[in-house]
Structure formats: structure tokens, C-alpha cells
Design a protein around this ligand. Sequence first.
Ligand code: PAF
Length: 282
Amino acid sequence: MRTLQEIPELRKVLGEYRQRGLRIGLVPTMGNLHAGHLALVETARRHADVVVATIFVNPLQFGAGEDLDAYPRTLAADQAQLEATGCDLLFAPTVTTLYPHGMDNLSQVRVPVVSEGLCGGSRPGHFDGVATVVSLLFHLVQPDIACFGEKDYQQLAVIRKLVADLHFPIEIIGVPIVRAADGLALSSRNGYLSADERAAAPQLQRILTTLRHAIEAGEPVATALESGLKQLGAAGFEPDYLELRAADLGPVTATTREAVLLAAVRLGTTRLIDNLILTLPR
Ligand code: PAF
């Protein structure tokens, strides 16, 4: 696997791939890779001839007071994992390479409505930063397919709308959440948890699972969510949101069948998100 940091070199290698008629799969990441990221690489492998991963901790998607400086940077370990998973090329640019004119007056991409509420409500500007860097990477790499995790459910919905609205000729593939044996959704931010917090964290998925069963069995959604918030509080989480939305993140209506239960919580200083897909009763 080659690692490149500069745009001209990246374009050269990608040009060679294209000349050879190879289908390019893109896996954008912020590094500190875990089995969830590797599942994205494995999925890309199945849908493309060459896999290009990117590692870039994107300052644009972090708000003031968020964990930009603390975000783990583990390039050597990430390279070894990508190589072992069959990634062909890693693009790991610096901030100056991607944003040579700075970030203050940068042209930005905004994806309305689907970016609002949920994580967009508590992290203003976050999805503008994501949509901007993902658009930039799509322009640079021009992949045929790109893989994103379903753990960041709202991000995936934002990217699907971005691709549809801006006519990117890229197939977006959502990859199911990878969980630890105890049910905790894998996340680079799990590394921030103390031993006690790590032991408590799987309660998030257990509470969501209980709620899913209750809602699928016909319990009124408002009652289930109210009880869910109480259960989250009792388990030591500080809930940011707990919502049931239609699978496309629109509101649940009388005809909605495919829905998603989404939660964001704080455990100590760590923000955790998770979601479960469910089928509403008729
Ligand atoms: O999901 C992530 O790791 C990031 O939001 C992404 C898509 C790589 C954009 O920086």
C-alpha cells in the first residue's frame, strides 16, 4: 500500500488506475482505525478493483470546545491495518494541503434539512464541515463508489442527499454498525472512556434494543421515548437526544414502516451515538 500526502501525486496514481479501466472505491476516515473502518475497506474491496482510503482529521467539522486537538492520530498503526485489509492507496494530507487558503473564507457545501436537528442540532456547522470535506475528497479522488458507516446515520443521509443534489456519479454504500462483543458500537471516541465508563457504555445499545422491542410490539412512541430517557439517565448517561425518525430521517407518519431509533448521549466527557433500525407495526 502506498501512502501519499500531496494532491499532484494522488492525481497521477488515480489517473493510472483510470487508464487501466479500474473501478475505484473510496473510504474516507479520520484515522484511529478500528474494525468498523476495516469493514468499510472490506466492503469497498467487494465493489471496486482498487481501494483508496483517506485519513484526515478535518478541523472544519469540529466546533469550538470539541475534541479536535485530542482526536487520536495513529498513522503508523492505521497504515498497518489498512495494508493488512487490502487497501491499495492511502491519502493522508495535511490541513495546509487540503485547505491551502485557510478555512476562514473557504467555499462550503451545506446540505439543508437533513443536516438539521439530531447531531446537527447539538453540533452547529458540523455537517457543513463534513459535506465540504467529503465533496472535496469526491472531486480529488473521483471514485466510482464510496463507503460510509451506518453508525453515523445522519452523516450517511447527508452524504446521500449531497451526492443526489450535486450529481456526483458515485454510488454511496452504507455499511452496518460493527459492535464490540458487549454490544457497544465501535468508535474512535470509545478510547476516551475510563474503565468504569467503558463498562457502563454498552447500556446504551441495551436500552435502545429494549425500546425497539417495545415500539415494534405497539407501545406508543412517546411513552417509549419518555421511558428511554429515564433509563438512559438511570444508567449514568446524559442524553443529548433520543428520537424515532423515518428511515430517511423525515418525521414518522401513520404510513411509516421503516424507522430508525437514534440516540446521542454523554458519558462523562465522551459523546456517544448509536442507532437501531426498526419496523413499525401496521
Ligand atoms: O465519519 C468520519 O470519519 C468523517 O466524518 C468523514 C466522513 C471522514 C469526514 O471527515
